[in-house]
Design a protein around this ligand. Structure first.
Ligand SMILES: CC(C)(COP(=O)(O)OP(=O)(O)OC[C@H]1O[C@@H](n2cnc3c(N)ncnc32)[C@H](O)[C@@H]1OP(=O)(O)O)[C@@H](O)C(=O)NCCC(=O)NCCS
Length: 240
């Protein structure tokens, strides 16, 4: 199972009014998606839900392919199978299609953020549960409170190798603690590492005692938010 996730900070003024920015919409979305955004009244919520779905889908599909393809947003096509704008929250469920590759995606809209989680199951019809979390970066008392240098010290050398900002350190600390809980192992046995590559373009993977863990993780950060998604292979639990 490969997971992807993406959070968009809706409190950033750059997210406002983009639904009616024809040039932007034309560059990022294909004809069907553009029509859906128009039908939704050029809604920013519809636009950022689709944007986040594409980014989450790109991350999950990158891992399923074994190497990230060039990320052209228009080539990652989003279609909803379910769209609920209920009082208790906005939810979209659907797919992200990249040529022959399809990821399932679920988008949740919260006050101030849009969060998409995508999954590419290795086996068709696989029933999975993915944990998702959106948290504020500035969160006094959290595991990730503190300056960058302090956060770096909470990471192993190879984890810290991919870190280039407080956000990127914070999200790793939050996700690793969550993974330890889900896997039922001591956090010190876990690492979230990335293969060498350009900053922010390095897919993460989870190691347990230095070996591939029966789990996958996806990281995202935008403005005041950090977010992650975690999948744990329950069939491996007995082996821990
Ligand atoms: C993945 C990408 C879309 C993330 O962009 P973003 O929205 O700015 O950043 P997010 O915070 O949501 O996600 C970043 C996290 O995604 C993860 N990530 C990066 N590349 C990934 C990939 N290919 N697959 C899975 N996860 C990936 C990393 O954990 C990263 O965390 P880090 O920045 O702390 O290391 C972007 O960095 C990227 O790789 N773009 C592709 C560039 C490209 O193909 N250009 C060609 C254009 S033609």
């Amino acid at each position: 199972m490969f997971v992807g996730n993406d959070v968009v900070d809706l409190t950033n003024p750059r997210t406002e009014g983009r639904g009616s920015d024809e040039r932007f919409v034309g560059r990022v979305f294909d004809a069907d998606e553009q029509a859906a955004i128009r039908a939704a009244g050029a809604s920013d919520l519809e636009l950022w839900s689709r944007w986040a779905a594409k980014e989450a889908g790109f991350k999950a599909i990158s891992k399923a392919l074994g190497a990230p393809p060039a990320f052209v947003h228009r080539s990652f096509k989003v279609a909803w199978t379910e769209s609920r704008d209920a009082a208790e929250g906005v939810v979209r469920v659907g797919t992200v299609r990249y040529y022959d590759h399809v990821a399932r995606v679920t988008v949740e809209v919260w006050p101030g953020s849009v969060h998409a989680v995508a999954e590419c199951p290795e086996r068709v019809g696989e029933d999975v549960h993915i944990e998702r979390r959106v948290a504020t970066l500035e969160n006094p008392g959290s595991r990730w409170a503190g300056p960058l240098e302090e956060l770096r010290r909470a990471l192993t050398e190879r984890e810290a190798d991919a870190v280039y900002s407080r956000e990127s350190a914070a999200v790793r600390i939050g996700a690793r603690a969550d993974l330890a809980e889900r896997l039922g192992v001591n956090e010190q046995r876990l690492e979230i590492v990335c293969a060498p590559g350009p900053a922010s373009q390095r897919p993460p993977r989870v190691l347990l005692d230095g070996q591939d863990a029966p789990a996958d993780v996806s990281l995202s950060h935008d403005g005041r938010w950090i977010a992650w998604a975690i999948w744990v292979d329950r069939s491996q639990e007995a082996r821990q």
